[in-house]
Design a protein around this ligand. Structure first.
Ligand code: PRP
Length: 191
């Protein structure tokens, strides 16, 4: 892990780089090529959960050499973090996905509860196919076992920020995946 200065004005100290921008870009290009080959000219509807998935989505859709459409869903979880609780839709899709080839694009899967809920909702709308692309698979706390067709990286049970992942709403726009310093983790009540 390489030391990296905190971005100007960042309230938390980023202490290192877990995944360099170029490493992420290379993997996203590979995933895009695999998706384009698998769908072979069929239109894919990429559905992302707001908000963290936006960054991966923006790069992934441009790495797919083929027809794609985008749609978005908002989901809110309640109950204790990391525990089975409830999930509800705060923003629904704009388009009808019946008969469509749907690929759910997520930045990270942790417990799997969000995606498990989402897949259930989407399946009930009768898409022609339903698959998952995730950039970061952090499976140490997995509760719901999910089929992942396209996986960027497996990652350790580490709190990460950047490339869509936030700390208290901030740091999503880092171009790399960063780790927080021990002090920042402690300040944020995460250590
Ligand atoms: C993240 C991520 C997934 C969810 C995964 O979203 O984008 O939607 O957590 O966690 P799970 O597998 O334990 O359900 P988050 O709740 O951080 O919201 P955000 O996308 O707005 O950052």
């Amino acid at each position: 892990m390489r030391a990296e200065p905190a971005p100007q004005g960042a309230p938390w100290q980023v202490s290192g780089v877990l995944l360099e921008e170029a490493v992420i870009a290379r993997r996203v290009a590979e995933l895009g090529a695999a998706i384009a080959a698998d769908y072979a000219g069929r239109e894919v509807v990429l559905i992302t959960v707001l908000r963290g998935g936006l960054y991966f989505l923006a790069d992934l859709c441009r790495a797919i050499d083929g027809p794609v459409r985008l749609d978005f869903m908002g989901i809110s979880a309640y109950g204790a973090p990391g525990q089975p609780g409830g999930v509800r839709i705060t923003k629904d899709l704009d388009e009808n996905i019946e008969g469509a080839h749907v690929l759910v694009v997520e930045d990270i899967i942790d417990t799997g509860l969000t995606l498990n809920y989402l897949l259930g909702v989407l399946r009930s709308r009768k898409p022609a196919s339903l698959e998952v692309a995730v950039l970061l698979d952090r499976d140490q706390r997995r509760i719901a076992d999910l089929p992942i067709a396209y996986r960027g990286f497996r990652m350790p049970d580490t709190f990460a920020v950047g490339y869509g992942l936030d700390l208290d709403g901030g740091l999503r726009n880092l171009r790399y995946l960063g780790a927080l310093s021990a002090q920042a983790l402690s300040d944020a009540g995460l250590a």
